[in-house]
Write a protein that binds this ligand. Structure first.
Ligand SMILES: Nc1ncnc2c1ncn2[C@@H]1O[C@H](COP(=O)(O)OP(=O)(O)O)[C@@H](O)[C@H]1O
Ligand SMILES: [Mg+2]
Length: 346
C-alpha cells in the first residue's frame, strides 16, 4: 500500500510543541509534504531556527514517521524559519465548498456559510474560484468593486474587498463573463493561485472557497499546494445530483490529495409554504443525500429549504443569513456549528 499524505499528517500529529501546548500539525507548522514511494519529504516551519525545540521536534518527526510507516522509509525533514510568513499563514481554516455540478446552490451555500461563521464571532473571508460562474461579488453586493493592489514587503498584493465584515475576492474581478470559456486550464489556475497567495488575507479563522463544480485543474492545485482543513459537499435531493457530487468527493479523497470531507449540505431540500410553517414538502425526493453520506461515512450537516428569499437576497447582495430568525438563517447557524465540531474531530 502506498503511503498517503494523511498517514504522514497523522504521524506528525503525535508531535507536541510543548512551549505552544499543541501538536505541530494543528500549529500549522507542517508544510510541503511530498511522498515518492518510500521517500517522504516534510518541511517544518519554526518561528526561529535557533529555538532548542527545533532539534527535538526534528528528531521526533523522523522517529514518528519511521515508527508509523516502517523503518525502510527514507525521511527528509527540513526545518525552516518562518521569517517571511506566507500570505495564508494567518488563515486558520481553509474550507472548500464543492459540488458535482453547477446550479445546485454551491455559491449560495458558501456565501451564507461565510455569513453564519462571521455571525458567531469568527473572522471570515470568502474566495470565489468558480471561473465559469463567479457569483460571490453579486451575492455580497461588491460586483462593481475593484480590489486595490498594495505593496507588502516589496511585493504587490491584492487587498480583498470587504462587506458585512467578510473579506471577499473573486476570480470574477479579473475575468469578463464573455471571456470565461477561454479561461479554462492554466490561466484560471494562475488566477486562483494569485487570489490565494498574492493577496493580503490577514488573520482569518475561516477562508471559505467557492470552488468550481466538478473535478478539474483548480481542484488539483488546491489539493496539492494548499493546506486545506476540509471540504463541504453541496448537493440537491435528486439521485443524479448525488451521483455527480460522489465523483467530485472521490477525487478529493484520492491518494496524495486527501482533503477531509467535512460533511454534506443538502440544498433545496424541501418547500414550506409561508402560511403552513409546519409543513415540509419534499419536492425533489428524499434519501439520496443520506445514502451518499452513509457511503462516504460523513454527516449531513444540514438541509436548506427552497426559499425564493434566498435567491432574491442573493441577487440583491445581502445573503439571507444576515437576517436573524429566518428558517434559512437558523439552518445555516446550525450548519456552521456542526462544521466547527467536525473540524475539531479531525
Ligand atoms: N435553497 C434555495 N432556494 C431557492 N433558490 C435557491 C436556493 N439555493 C440556490 N438558489 C438559487 O439557485 C440558483 C443557483 O444557485 P447558485 O448558488 O448560484 O448555484 P451554484 O453556485 O451551485 O451554481 C441561484 O439563482 C440561487 O439564488
Ligand atoms: Mg456558483
Amino acid at each position: 500500500m502506498a503511503i498517503t499524505k494523511q498517514q504522514v499528517v497523522d504521524a506528525l500529529k503525535q508531535i507536541i510543541f510543548f512551549a505552544k501546548k499543541d501538536n505541530i500539525v494543528d500549529l500549522n507548522m507542517v508544510q510541503d509534504i511530498s511522498i515518492k514511494g518510500k521517500e517522504i519529504k516534510v518541511t517544518i516551519v519554526f518561528e526561529k531556527l535557533d529555538d532548542p525545540a527545533v532539534g527535538i521536534i526534528y528528531n521526533s518527526a523522523v522517529k514518528a514517521l519511521k515508527s508509523e510507516l516502517g523503518d525502510d522509509i527514507t525521511v527528509d525533514v527540513k526545518p525552516v524559519a518562518d521569517d517571511a510568513p506566507g500570505p495564508l499563514s494567518g488563515v486558520k481554516n481553509i474550507v472548500a465548498v464543492i459540488s458535482g455540478k453547477g446550479g445546485v446552490g454551491k455559491s449560495t451555500v458558501a456565501a451564507n456559510l461565510a455569513v453564519s461563521l462571521a455571525k458567531s464571532g469568527n473572522k471570515v473571508g470568502i474566495l470565489d474560484a468558480d471561473v465559469l460562474g463567479p457569483s460571490v461579488p453579486i451575492m455580497f453586493g461588491v460586483e462593481d468593486g475593484q480590489p486595490k493592489v498594495i505593496e507588502k514587503k516589496g511585493k504587490p498584493v491584492l487587498l480583498p474587498l470587504e462587506n458585512y465584515g467578510i473579506k471577499i475576492l473573486s476570480i470574477g474581478f479579473f475575468v469578463k463573463p464573455e471571456q470565461a470559456l477561454m479561461w479554462r486550464g492554466s490561466m484560471a489556475n494562475n488566477a486562483f493561485n494569485q487570489l490565494m497567495t498574492d493577496s493580503d488575507w490577514g488573520e482569518l479563522d475561516f477562508l471559505v472557497i467557492d470552488m468550481p463544480p466538478g473535478t478539474g485543474d483548480i481542484q488539483l492545485t488546491l489539493a496539492q499546494n494548499y493546506n486545506i482543513r476540509g471540504a463541504v459537499l453541496v448537493t440537491t435531493p435528486q439521485k443524479v445530483a448525488a451521483a455527480d457530487v460522489r465523483r467530485a468527493a472521490m477525487m478529493y479523497r484520492q491518494e496524495k490529495l486527501t482533503i477531509p470531507l467535512l460533511g454534506i449540505i443538502e440544498n433545496m431540500s424541501y418547500f414550506t409554504p409561508d402560511d403552513m410553517p409546519d409543513k415540509k414538502y419534499f419536492i425533489f425526493g428524499q434519501g439520496a443525500s443520506d445514502q451518499l453520506a452513509n457511503e462516504l461515512n460523513i454527516k449531513v450537516l444540514g438541509r436548506i429549504p427552497i426559499d425564493a428569499k434566498l435567491s432574491e437576497t442573493g441577487d440583491k447582495g445581502m445573503p439571507l443569513s444576515l437576517v436573524d430568525g429566518s428558517p434559512v438563517s437558523k439552518a445555516f447557524t446550525e450548519i456552521a456549528q456542526k462544521l466547527k465540531t467536525e473540524i475539531t474531530k479531525l
